[in-house]
Design a protein around this ligand. Structure first.
Ligand SMILES: *[C@@H]1O[C@H](CO)[C@@H](O)[C@H](O)[C@H]1NC(C)=O
Ligand SMILES: *[C@@H]1O[C@H](CO)[C@@H](O)[C@H](O)[C@H]1NC(C)=O
Length: 244
């Protein structure tokens, strides 16, 4: 595990470096015409088009760290999909890295078009999912390093780093266009009457009206538990909103 943690230390140290000097390279990912061409092509033509676009083969690998834009709480989710990494076109899959800061949670969400295989790296991560109406139980799991879990398409799931050190999860997804839907945020996005009816028509939520409460809902990588923030001495840990 020590060479693994050396690697991660180097990777995370590079985060600030990467964000300080954004790499401005035009690859297939920034070329809408090429993306359209790839989608209507055969695999051999796709391969050739990607080689022609970048003869050094840089269209064929994806740097997750370079693409990470840490939010106010740190961490973030980077997905290599058909738009950000056109080399997946025609394969039916995509991949991701979930960067979890201390006490960070990738909050309750679904992928509308993909199942997900998530694998813990060098730390224990708490996770779980609800499949659908009628499922006997909430699947409640703790992943130890190099243990993995499958979240079937449509399941509502989360990943929580209940530790005081950062970690990452590696993720495979069964679609080039998995999509992500934050479960709570998008219930509230339905507005009235559907959102308040789903809550049993309360007069106020957290002393706020529905609109104000909706605006205050965090998305992206969020604080997973106040107890963790206290234990890890994360001063003034905010219930942050994600930049995207
Ligand atoms: C996992 O890797 C990160 C990045 O190097 C490191 O900060 C963290 O301490 C590691 N966690 C464990 C439990 O080794
Ligand atoms: C693939 O490339 C060949 C040679 O350039 C071309 O003739 C053919 O129309 C292309 N096929 C598709 C589906 O793009």
């Amino acid at each position: 595990m020590s060479s693994l943690s050396t690697l991660f230390t180097a990777l995370l140290a590079a985060v600030s470096l990467a964000s300080a000097t954004p790499l401005v390279r035009r690859t297939a990912a920034g070329n809408p015409n090429l993306i359209t061409q790839l989608r209507t092509s055969t695999q051999v033509n796709r391969t050739n088009a990607l080689i022609e676009d970048e003869p050094d083969f840089s269209n064929f690998k994806f740097n997750f760290l370079e693409k990470l834009k840490p939010g106010p709480f740190g961490g973030g989710v980077v997905v290599a999909n058909g738009e950000t990494f056109p080399a997946v076109t025609g394969t039916g899959i995509s991949g991701g890295v979930v960067f979890l800061p201390p006490c960070g949670m990738n909050g309750a969400h679904t992928h509308p078009r993909a199942s997900e295989f998530a694998i813990a790296s060098n730390a224990t991560v708490k996770t779980g999912y609800v499949m659908e109406n009628g499922a006997a139980k909430f699947i409640d799991l703790t992943l130890n390093p190099l243990e993995g879990v499958v979240f079937p398409q449509g399941s509502i799931h989360f990943q929580f780093n209940d530790n005081c050190d950062p970690t990452m999860l590696f993720v495979g997804l069964s679609s080039e266009d998995p999509g992500t839907s934050f479960a709570v945020k998008n219930v509230f996005a339905l507005g009235n009457p559907a959102a308040s009816a789903a809550l049993g028509l309360p007069d106020k939520i957290n002393d706020q009206n529905l609109e104000a409460f909706t605006d205050s809902l965090p998305t992206g990588i969020i604080l997973g538990a106040k107890e963790c923030a206290k234990r890890c001495k994360i001063d003034g840990a905010p219930m942050i909103k994600d930049s995207n």
